[in-house]
Ligand binder design. Structure first.
Ligand code: PMP
Length: 412
């Protein structure tokens, strides 16, 4: 039976009366996921705080990070260990610092960006914290919509690169936040080969979800640094990753990788900022994982916890919104993107809030919070237990239907 505005309003009033308090805003691991790495908390270093080479990790130094952990992630991420640095708990900090160094000092082969008209390409929908970073530094953001099939719009990107102001591009190559899209090898090779008017153009390749598969397919990360070198643009790519969604989000280890020249540049500027990262946490991580297979095995346990939640979201959206909206079915990562009918996302999120369901603000996945179609709603299923996830998605679906019905109705 088709819904009427009146029936939807009645359902919404009933929803409100339930007094729910549910949160789908951020892609945080659940407590059960964090428990998978509780072994980290019990690793006792009190009389074993040296790395394999015998260095006392309690002291200053070791700016590149603990070698055995870098070796594990060199294999996991497919990056030569000499080009991979291990840092503290947030890859966002590496991204922030890269931008600051680029603004103040210029990247190798370029002038400082500060004071210039600097623009970044932002495939959208994208990660709100990337956009917050570039916006905070006054970097102009150019939204580049993904194509309908979820792939990057290479011709549009090529056209923008003819503009010398375009110095950077955000990109989450694997299971992108929030669309789940994956950059394939042909696209990656094209990106590193495209002519760019700015000689110092850089791709910020944020591989935050490199090993976060939701299916049994576990594609290996692309050798993006190798592709860039082969294309004659060895310095084009900065790579980021972290264990935030592998071990414990607030207490993990982050990684930065790039060409030898870029790594030397980063190291030089970082050396005035710190006398080295928290190497004891890195050592605990190396001991906890043992090897690259240890990382992959842990990710399979995450998958067992996460995949049912994604299946639940897909099922409920199918039951409630089939034919009215579309949504992604990601093979990995942390998000489902719901494409609500044009012009309804902000209202649906507002209605959900009124009923006690917190959703990431509509527009957050676009530079400057501006979703031109007011359609995208980012769903983060990881944190709530399934018993809370189901009513939250049902409620969100109702809010989308009500927002759509209101569009065509006179205001009351
Ligand atoms: N990049 C992406 C694409 C993310 O989704 C997230 C977490 N939401 C991060 C980076 C944050 O990573 P970290 O915890 O290492 O700062």
């Amino acid at each position: 039976m088709p819904h009427t505005l009146e029936s939807l309003r009645a359902d919404y009033d009933a929803l409100k009366a339930r007094g729910l308090s549910l949160d789908l805003t951020r892609g945080k691991p659940s407590a059960a996921q964090l428990d998978l790495s509780n072994g980290l908390l019990g690793i006792d270093l009190s009389d074993d705080y040296r790395d394999a080479a015998g260095t006392d990790l309690r002291n200053y130094g070791g700016a590149d990070g603990v070698l055995e952990l870098r070796q594990i992630f060199a294999e996991v991420l497919g990056i030569p260990v000499a080009q991979l640095l291990a840092g503290n708990n947030a890859s966002l900090q590496f991204m922030h610092d890269t931008l600051v160094h680029a603004l103040l000092h210029g990247v190798p082969g370029g002038e400082p960006w500060v004071g210039q008209d600097v623009a970044f390409l932002c495939p959208s929908p994208g990660y709100d914290r990337h956009f917050a970073l570039t916006e905070s530094f006054g970097i102009r953001m150019i939204s580049v919509p993904y194509l309908a099939d979820g792939s990057l719009d290479l011709p549009a990107i090529a056209e923008h690169l003819a503009d010398p102001a375009v110095r950077g591009m955000w990109l989450v190559p694997t299971y992108a936040n929030p669309t789940g899209s994956v950059v394939d090898e042909a696209t990656a090779r094209a990106l590193v080969a495209l002519p760019a008017a700015a000689g110092d153009f850089r791709i910020f390749w944020d591989n935050a979800y490199a090993v976060h598969h939701l299916t049994e397919a576990e594609p290996a990360p692309l050798d993006i640094l190798g592709f860039a070198a082969e294309a004659g643009n060895p310095d084009r790519v900065f790579v980021y990753a972290s264990t935030s969604k592998i071990t414990q989000a607030g207490a993990g280890v982050s990684f930065f990788a790039s060409s030898p020249a870029n790594v030397a540049w980063f190291r030089e500027h970082a050396s005035v900022q710190t006398i080295g990262p928290d190497k004891l946490n890195q050592l605990r991580h190396a001991r906890f994982f043992r090897d690259a297979e240890g990382v992959r095995a842990l990710m399979r346990r995450h998958r067992e916890l996460l995949a049912p939640k994604f299946a639940l979201v897909d099922r409920v959206l199918g039951e409630k919104l089939s034919g009215r909206a579309t949504w992604t079915k990601p093979a990995g990562g942390y998000f489902v993107t719901l494409y609500a009918p044009d012009g309804t996302a902000a209202r649906a999120v507002q209605l959900a809030k009124g009923a006690g369901i917190a959703i990431t603000p509509a527009g957050a996945a676009y530079p400057y919070g501006d979703d031109p179609r007011d359609s995208v709603i980012r769903i983060a299923p990881s944190l709530p237990p399934e018993s809370e996830l189901e009513p939250a998605i049902e409620a969100l679906a109702l809010c989308v239907l009500l927002a759509e019905a209101e569009l065509g109705a006179p205001t009351r």
